[in-house]
Ligand binder design. Structure first.
Ligand code: SF4
Length: 89
């Protein structure tokens, strides 16, 4: 699978999280969805980062989206009860 590309002279990361893509238009929306999750329903910070690290190492990640479920992984990983569709977390 393609891991990189060029767009308007800038390298485009294909296996990145939205937060790693400077100026990504969906980032603010994802952050506001995350903020709307009740604190008691959110994954803890360490668990959230653990999940995202697994997504970063996963071949299903493309442009911040999980190809297995179609979700933005930063949103999917944020809810305490969420599970990886491939059982990686
Ligand atoms: S399959 Fe699981 S680990 Fe892979 S990108 Fe999707 S949610 Fe993340």
């Amino acid at each position: 699978m393609d891991q990189g590309g060029e767009a308007m002279g800038q390298r485009v990361c294909r296996r990145c999280l939205l937060r790693d893509m400077a100026g990504h238009e969906q980032l603010k929306r994802i952050e506001s969805y995350r903020d709307a999750i009740r604190p008691s329903d959110r994954a803890g910070e360490a668990e959230y980062e653990r999940r995202l690290a697994l997504c970063l190492a996963c071949g299903q990640l493309l442009d911040g989206t999980c190809l297995a479920c179609g979700c933005y992984v930063e949103l999917r990983a944020a809810a305490r009860v969420s599970r990886c569709p491939k059982k990686r977390w």
